[in-house]
Design a binder for this molecule. Structure first.
Ligand code: GDP
Length: 374
């Protein structure tokens, strides 16, 4: 391979080939797959179809006709923060077709069996002729950009059913604006005709409060195997629940699960129900063995009958819309505030000063606010 023509250009003209261990290899003239022989492939992107840009009408009609691809793209539009005007026009257009679903929030620590339960429960509901959408509100995506809920391959059977739609939690690219995005995603699913929206979250952070505030019914999945402390479940999460299911009530855990059910029923006597006129239920199930799923649905139907008859359902929705307005407003104020470069700079500086006790905290806040008003 070593020959005169392939010598590096810095090699003196008269140098003999033997003195050099390096040489310049002839480059590839045409596109090639790198394999030996004549297997050159066309790597040009000529043949790849560009995705059609959708108009507002395309989005609207696609969502209302439950075109899954367009629904998914509409959700991405909402999550992306790039085309806010278009996204908001879409929400305005579909608003009359929203609000008719049953919104069910589901929480529990990682490993409690939420995905397995949603797989079993969602499939059961589809079997009853319902259209079911599953959304996730992931606490970690707001903090770190990672995802607790979205990383695993989840709900494979449910995802294959025609009347089920599963949307993983927004990826790291869609940070911030959880209050807005998750609710607007829910509205899009409702406009697409999904009658039951299951909103999953992990009961270890603040996200369960967000999910409670967008659900009609809030379900906590518990385990008998560990004490509540070990499960990382705060008492506050139990206080948010309209119902608790002790999952994994199978094999040698049946007896312990029943004891846990009795214990939790006792706890309900001492805490206030999150829903006026409703006493939260506690029962057991085995999501893995598909046991107690129909019972869970009957209990939840009992809840909806109760709150719809009493007017609590509508009242909660009205209050939730007001809370929604407030949380989107505060998210926007925060976003605007910190998008000011001078504010960002001073913020970092003040953090440092406060750490060293150089500046009183209230004074630091006032300086920051003044800077933002300039
Ligand atoms: P998540 O993190 O709450 O979504 O929990 P997963 O649904 O991923 O379940 C965690 C583990 O518990 C998995 O290995 C499941 O197979 C298992 N699991 C879930 N439900 C049950 C159940 O009812 N019985 C038993 N024995 N195992 C279950």
């Amino acid at each position: 391979m070593k020959n005169k023509n392939n010598k590096p250009e810095w090699v003196p003209e008269n140098a003999s080939d033997e003195h050099f261990t390096s040489f310049v290899m002839k480059g590839v003239d045409s596109v090639h797959d790198g394999l030996g022989g004549d297997t050159a492939m066309d790597f040009s992107f000529r043949n790849l179809k560009k995705r059609k840009t959708l108009s507002l009408d395309d989005y609207k009609n696609g969502v209302l006709n439950c075109d899954i691809n367009i629904l998914a793209r509409a959700i991405t539009l909402i999550e992306s923060n790039v085309h806010i005007d278009m996204a908001q026009s879409l929400i305005k257009e579909i608003l009359p077709n929203t609000g008719k679903s049953l919104r069910i929030g589901i929480t529990g620590v990682p490993g409690a069996g939420k995905s397995t339960f949603i797989e079993a429960f969602g499939s059961y509901l589809v079997g009853l002729g319902k259209k079911v959408a599953v959304l996730a509100v992931d606490p970690s995506s707001t903090l770190s950009g990672g995802s607790i809920l979205g990383d695993k391959t989840r709900m494979e059977n449910l995802s294959r059913l025609e009347n089920a739609f599963i949307r993983p939690s927004p990826s790291g690219g869609a940070l911030g604006g959880v209050a807005r995005k998750s609710r607007e995603t829910m509205l899009l699913c409702e406009a697409a005709g999904y009658e039951i929206i299951l909103i999953e979250t992990v009961g270890v952070g603040q996200s369960e409060v967000t999910v409670r505030s967008m659900s009609d019914f809030f379900l906590l999945i518990q385990l008998a195997a560990q004490g509540d402390d070990l499960q990382g479940i705060k008492k506050g999460v139990i206080e948010l629940a309209d119902g608790i299911l002790v999952n994994k009530c199978d094999g040698n855990m049946v007896e312990k699960s029943m004891m846990k059910v009795a214990e939790l029923r006792g706890v309900f006597h001492y805490i206030q129900s999150p829903t006026e006129g409703w006493t939260p239920f506690c029962d057991s199930c085995s999501a893995l063995e598909n046991k107690g799923i129909d019972n869970a649905w009957n209990l939840i139907c009992g809840f909806f009958d109760n709150v719809k008859n009493s007017g609590v359902f509508d009242e909660r929705r009205h209050l939730q819309r007001q809370e929604w307005f407030k949380s989107v407003l505060s998210e926007e104020i925060f976003r605007k505030f910190y998008s000011n470069e001078k504010v960002k700079f001073l913020y970092e500086q003040l953090l440092h000063e406060i750490k060293n006790s150089d500046t009183p905290v209230t004074l630091a806040v006032q300086r920051l606010l003044k800077e933002s008003e300039k």
